[in-house]
Design a protein around this ligand. Structure first.
Ligand code: MTE
Length: 314
């Protein structure tokens, strides 16, 4: 099944989309920045080199929220393959080699295919999308991503009628990813989406942010971004994408099924077992703000879940 044309209408994304960047326009190599943060403290952005917004034209999202600084976005990260310390990821990930890189796309498809980064950029281009990112831990950012719809890639490989879900897998390489030596999690990091979620026009495969290629701490060279879901769905450093019949079991579902569900839609009315989800702290801000249903994308997204009990399926 390929994405319906209604799912790729630009009308749905025009507010978030600032412009289309030619594939060559954003490939100048990014600089490696090294710094860090942690869950409740403000990131110490004061000693960073000033962010280079590059080609980003707007400094606000469609709701008027300011972009989170480049320094904060690249120094406060969750990437457990390196470390569980958000402030330490950037330093640990510095120098992580992401070239060459291949993304194998297969499973229940007519035309399985392996793409390298140039293939992806050449075939699908890069456009800028400013999205809010809401981590399940209660912090958030506003990030100008570069990337292309996951739906375009899925259409290219021609899913079979049996395919109902998309399973995405991160790189597994314990020699280079020391966090994978920990037995606390079942590696590699795996995530999944229902096919209609995966082919929704908001769902992005990101290759850059702030007009530059992703740095390793942000999930270079290619990561998922699903802005209406908690951040843990947005899997980093992807090496495999499979179309499958059964709902995939994610790393987080395996680790704590009562706390991290498959759907993970941002829902201020359903508390995490250990904290409220009704408010969030925007990184670099002090006062907490209200969390919005579907992270503020409900006008485009709520229809995907009609008839589902969102308190039960989280
Ligand atoms: N992907 C992989 N492979 N490993 C991870 O630990 N952490 C997730 C998600 N993707 C994670 C991952 C979580 S919990 C969040 S909140 C986001 O990445 C954080 O993305 P950021 O560091 O770019 O803000």
């Amino acid at each position: 099944m390929s994405p319906k044309s209604a799912d790729i209408t630009p009308e749905e994304v025009y507010l978030s989309r600032r412009r289309f960047l030619k594939q060559t326009g954003a490939t100048a190599a990014g600089v490696l920045l090294v710094a860090g943060c942690e869950r409740t403290a403000r990131p110490s952005t004061g000693h960073q080199p000033p962010p280079k917004p590059g080609k980003t034209e707007s400094n606000r999202d469609e709701r008027g929220n300011r972009l989170t600084s480049y320094a904060a976005v690249t120094s406060y990260n969750n990437f457990y393959e390196f470390t569980t310390n958000k402030e330490g990821v950037a330093a640990m990930a510095a120098g992580f080699k992401t070239e060459p890189w291949a993304v194998e796309v297969g499973g229940l498809v007519q035309k399985p295919k392996t793409f390298d980064l140039d293939d992806l950029r050449r075939k699908f281009g890069e456009e800028e999308r400013i999205y809010r990112m809401r981590c399940g831990e209660g912090w958030s950012m506003v990030i100008p991503w570069l990337g292309f719809p996951l739906g375009s890639l899925i259409k290219e490989v021609e899913p079979l009628a049996k395919a109902k879900y998309v399973m995405l897998t991160s790189i597994y390489d314990p020699e280079r990813l020391p966090g994978q030596k920990s037995t606390a999690y079942s590696w590699p990091y795996v995530e999944g989406l229902r096919l209609d979620e995966a082919t929704h026009s908001l769902t992005l495969l990101a290759t850059g942010l702030y007009g530059k290629p992703l740095l390793p701490q942000s999930g270079a060279p290619v990561r998922l971004v699903v802005p209406w879901k908690y951040g843990y769905k947005s899997i980093k450093s992807i090496v495999r994408i499979d179309l499958v019949e059964e709902m995939p079991t994610s790393l987080w579902m395996r680790a704590a099924p009562d706390q991290y569900g498959f759907f993970a839609n941002v829902n201020p009315d359903v508390a995490h077992k250990r904290w409220t989800q009704s408010t969030e702290r925007r990184i670099t801000e002090v006062r907490r703000r209200k969390t919005l249903s579907f992270n503020g994308y409900d006008d485009q997204i709520a229809k995907l879940y009609k008839g589902m009990d969102l308190e039960r399926f989280y």
